[in-house]
Design a protein around this ligand. Structure first.
Ligand SMILES: CC(=O)SCCNC(=O)CCNC(=O)[C@H](O)C(C)(C)COP(=O)(O)OP(=O)(O)OC[C@H]1O[C@@H](n2cnc3c(N)ncnc32)[C@H](O)[C@@H]1OP(=O)(O)O
Ligand SMILES: O=C([O-])CC(=O)C(=O)O
Length: 376
């Protein structure tokens, strides 16, 4: 008698490897990076410190942080060749496609591409952290018919991103909310894009290939692309009063309500309360509360009628909109943050590698003879 084979579609509930980078605890709605609660990092640390933590296992002291920031600043410049390529992209290319292609191109230019030793992986990770936001901002401006703005080495990471997108740095509350979003988006165990990056790494392919694959996976609306979908959805609802009817129609058509649900968290995403607080702060700063009011109505209905909680993309979408970003930039901003988690996983996978190669349970025709073409 043949043994019953269990297929875990979507790898639901499967532990694919060990990792010391982060831990999701759905039973307590909590998340730690290298043992630190993500909420504490948001209160006590910056995105730069979080990136250092993810890559080194410990928070930096002041001199370690200064050296890390100096290295990031020194690596920002894009090559003239990459800038030329960005100019040649189709005007209507989605910025996620632009950054995916730009990272792939960076791989052809990087002096360490073929070297998968840990020191080389770390050098490449730093270059990607520094260059990705520059390429995201440049591609976005070019798609709007505007000239790219060069990075400013006198500005910290988050301030520099606003400078490159808008040509100015906003008030400190906006920078703080953005920095918090970057910490929250940085890392989340074996999500689809990270697992993609680890799978590519497991073949001993290079880091740029792994990150290119990660970006491709993140774009999908079931993953990072949801932060853009959330804002399109909020804009589609004419008023908070209309949200009830709008969602009823979604339920009737069995459509997904974007920014809700999560593969691991079933009782709420650990990151939502913090991001929601900062999205509300943005609404106050800008003086426009309508998105947060509509969001609250949707969240209430989803919980009461479906018992489904929002995920991080739900408050992040309106937060970025209130910061002034165009919607197609939301998922590329996620990339600017998640490069830290992806790179940490690429390094971890490479340090104790085994080829990732699961099995499939065949359901096609029984073995049969090939009929010569004239007899078919
Ligand atoms: C940063 C991130 O990547 S966070 C995730 C961002 N993605 C989104 O917001 C997209 C919308 N959400 C979804 O599509 C899903 O919730 C996912 C992809 C995130 C998780 O998928 P799964 O783990 O496979 O979903 P799960 O098995 O828990 O779904 C259970 C039920 O809830 C329903 N459901 C889950 N999410 C939603 C939603 N957003 N809207 C409506 N129904 C939903 C499912 O259709 C399913 O219904 P069924 O039992 O009648 O078939
Ligand atoms: O963990 C997941 O499946 C998706 C997610 O929230 C993330 O990548 O931040």
């Amino acid at each position: 008698m043949s043994e019953k084979i269990e297929v875990r579609k979507g790898l639901v509930g499967v532990y694919a490897d060990e990792s010391s980078i982060s831990k999701v605890m759905p039973e307590t709605n909590s998340l730690t990076y290298r043992g630190y609660a993500v909420q504490d990092l948001c209160e006590e640390a910056s995105f730069d410190e979080t990136a250092y933590l993810l890559w080194n296992g410990e928070l930096p002291n002041r001199s370690q942080l200064s050296a890390f920031q100096a290295e990031e600043k020194a690596n920002r410049a894009l090559s003239p060749a990459l800038l030329r390529v960005l100019r040649d992209f189709p005007q209507d290319a989605h910025p996620m496609d632009a950054i995916r292609t730009a990272v792939s191109f960076m791989g052809m230019e990087d002096p360490d591409t073929a070297d998968v030793s840990e020191p080389a992986q770390r050098r490449k990770a730093m270059r990607l952290l520094a260059k990705i936001p520059v390429a995201v901002a440049a591609a976005h401006r070019l798609s709007k018919g505007e000239e790219p703005i060069a990075p400013d080495a006198s500005l910290p990471f988050c301030e520099n991103f606003f400078h490159m997108v808008f040509g100015k740095v906003p008030q400190k509350e906006v920078i703080r909310a953005f920095d918090v979003s970057m910490i929250l988006y940085a890392e989340h165990t074996f999500n689809a894009s990270t697992f993609t990056a680890r799978t590519i790494t497991s073949t001993m392919a290079d880091m740029h290939g792994a990150i290119t694959g990660g970006i491709a996976a993140l774009k999908g609306p079931l993953h990072g692309g949801a932060n853009e979908a959330v804002m399109h959805m909020l804009k589609e609802i004419p008023s908070p009063e209309a949200a009830g009817e709008w969602i009823k129609d979604k339920f009737e058509h069995k459509a997904l309500v974007m920014g809700f649900g999560h593969r691991v968290y079933k009782n709420g995403d650990s990151r939502v309360p913090t991001m929601k607080k900062y999205a509300e702060l943005m609404a106050e700063v800008v003086g426009d509360k309508r998105w947060m009011i509509t969001s609250a109505v949707l969240a209430d209905i989803m919980l009461r009628q479906k018992n489904i909680h929002p995920n991080l993309d739900f408050p992040a979408g309106p937060a970025y909109y209130l910061m002034g970003f165009d919607i197609p930039l939301f998922t590329p901003i996620f990339v600017c943050s998640r490069i830290t988690g992806w790179a940490a996983h690429v390094i971890e996978q490479g340090a104790d590698n085994r080829l990732i190669r699961p099995l499939s349970l065949y359901t096609g025709p029984e073995q049969r003879n090939v009929v010569p073409i004239d007899q078919r």
